[in-house]
Write a protein that binds this ligand. Structure first.
Ligand code: PLP
Length: 447
């Protein structure tokens, strides 16, 4: 496999530009210079086909939590593939059972786990569960609860429903109209919109907006609220104290299900096994992907608390079951890898390590606050953002060309970092650092 991919670099570059459609990038420049072709990964480093090694400060796409080159994940995949490569979850298999059991044990509550293959699908699944749950529990005569409320800057995926919940204009333009019934409210983005208010006052204002939106829409039409505990790709927005508790209380008062999108936050990234554990507020459903297998296999999970699941229980032949299936959702191989990945996270204490190294890296990055273009440095664990501005007083964002120059300079220094999607030109620009949780002090210094 590796040998056949290694004929001649120039041929590969030509084959690439002739045949491969890359994500999120303009292709015309590739006729001059094909994109970097990565070949190997070990720990926090990836090496390209020319032998140049890069420090991966963004864990692939925020997913390689345990780092690259884990032989035991390859071994467990191999063993499972030989034993039983595939079985659908209309029936059952041992790695699927064990992983579902493990996730519930980590979360500390009773419920059920539905497996899919991507973060987008995990969220789509949650939206469909929310609608069906309400359809099956509603009082006779009431209308459908179908709306979903998310926050601006939140990203929830690329499929039509998940994209409808996503509230980043640039990602949606040209694909609209999307799915009806998805509404957005402001996120608690204190650096830009806190306007000097105390955390408590600002928190109350954000919650009031959510509650008023529900009121204006009619709570009886709203199925769910979805939030990333810490907004990730939207610019690393950490909620103020009391925010998640407030959202929970509003959902409880209005009969709306609360969904956490922990596709990025989960599995140690923020310094706890799960992001919401910083605030001790439980959702009704929680969606995982990325760090669930550290990107070694495509797997996601929608975890539903038992009272929600109860609404789907019925007599044989009745139609209250969840009519939803994904061919590759929760295959034996993917779930076996997920299980071993969690074992590594626990055995090596990687969530705790993320907390410690995150504090260290945050401290080092805060040294940059003296720089005229660094407006804010924020985050939790190893999910960190640096908001770049042209002018600190007005907080005018650094223009896109400036962001690109920073990213290029990092690349020139063999360091890969991320950035938020710039949804509205001139609105906000945040560099994102989220290295594998095995990052060392020296690597953090280099970053
Ligand atoms: N939710 C969040 C918070 C994400 O960051 C992403 C992807 O980056 C998704 C959902 C979608 O996940 P996927 O790309 O696996 O569909």
């Amino acid at each position: 496999m590796v040998a056949s991919l290694n004929p001649n670099r120039t041929d590969l570059g030509k084959m690439d530009t002739e045949s491969l459609w890359h994500a999120m990038v303009q292709h015309r420049p590739f006729s001059e210079k094909p994109p970097k072709c990565m070949k190997r990964g070990v720990g926090c480093h990836v090496t390209d086909a020319e032998g140049v090694e890069y420090l991966d400060g963004v864990s692939g796409l925020w997913c390689v939590n345990v780092g690259y080159g884990r032989q035991e994940l390859a071994d467990v995949a191999y063993e499972q593939m030989v034993e039983l490569a595939y079985s659908p979850l209309t029936m059952s298999h041992e790695p699927g059972i064990r992983l579902a059991h493990k996730l519930l044990a980590l979360l500390g509550y009773e419920g059920k786990v539905f497996f899919s293959t991507s973060g987008s699908e995990a969220n789509e699944t949650a939206f469909k569960i929310a609608r069906q749950y309400h359809a099956q529990t509603a009082a006779a005569g009431s209308g459908p609860r179908y709306k979903v409320i998310s926050r601006y800057r939140g990203y929830h995926g690329h499929t039509m429903g998940a994209l409808s919940a996503t509230a980043q204009a640039e990602r949606k333009l040209k694909y609209e109209p999307l799915v009806p019934g998805f509404l957005h409210v402001s996120p608690p983005y204190a650096y830009r919109f806190g306007e000097g208010r105390s955390e408590a006052v600002y928190n109350a204002a954000c919650l009031r907006e959510l509650e008023q939106t529900i009121l204006y829409e009619g709570a009886e039409s709203v199925a769910a609220v979805i939030v990333e505990p810490i907004i990730s790709g939207g610019g690393v927005i950490v909620p103020p104290e009391g925010y998640l508790r407030g959202v929970r209380e509003i959902c409880d008062r209005t009969g709306i299900l609360l969904i956490y999108d922990e596709v990025v936050n989960g599995f140690g990234r923020t310094g706890r096994m799960f992001g919401h554990q910083h605030w001790g507020v439980q959702p009704d459903m929680i969606c995982f992907a990325k760090g669930l297998t550290s990107g070694y296999m495509p797997l996601s999970a929608t975890v539903v608390k038992q009272p929600v699941f109860e609404a789907f229980m019925g007599e044989p032949g009745s139609d209250s079951h969840f009519r939803h299936i994904s061919t590759y959702g929760g295959t034996p191989v993917c779930t076996a890898v997920g299980l071993r990945n969690i074992e590594i996270l626990e055995r090596e204490g990687l969530p705790e390590r993320a907390a410690e190294m995150g504090d260290y890296l945050l401290g080092r990055l805060q040294e940059l606050l003296d720089h005229p273009n660094v407006g804010d440095v924020r985050g939790k664990g190893l999910l960190l953002g640096i908001e770049l501005v042209k002018d600190k007083e007005s907080k005018t964002p650094l223009e896109d060309a400036g962001m690109k120059a920073v990213l290029k300079q990092c690349m020139d220094h063999q360091v890969i970092i991320g950035r938020n999607t710039n949804t509205i030109p001139g609105f906000t620009n945040v560099l994102i650092l989220c290295p594998p949780l095995v990052v060392t002090r020296e690597q953090a210094d280099h970053l």
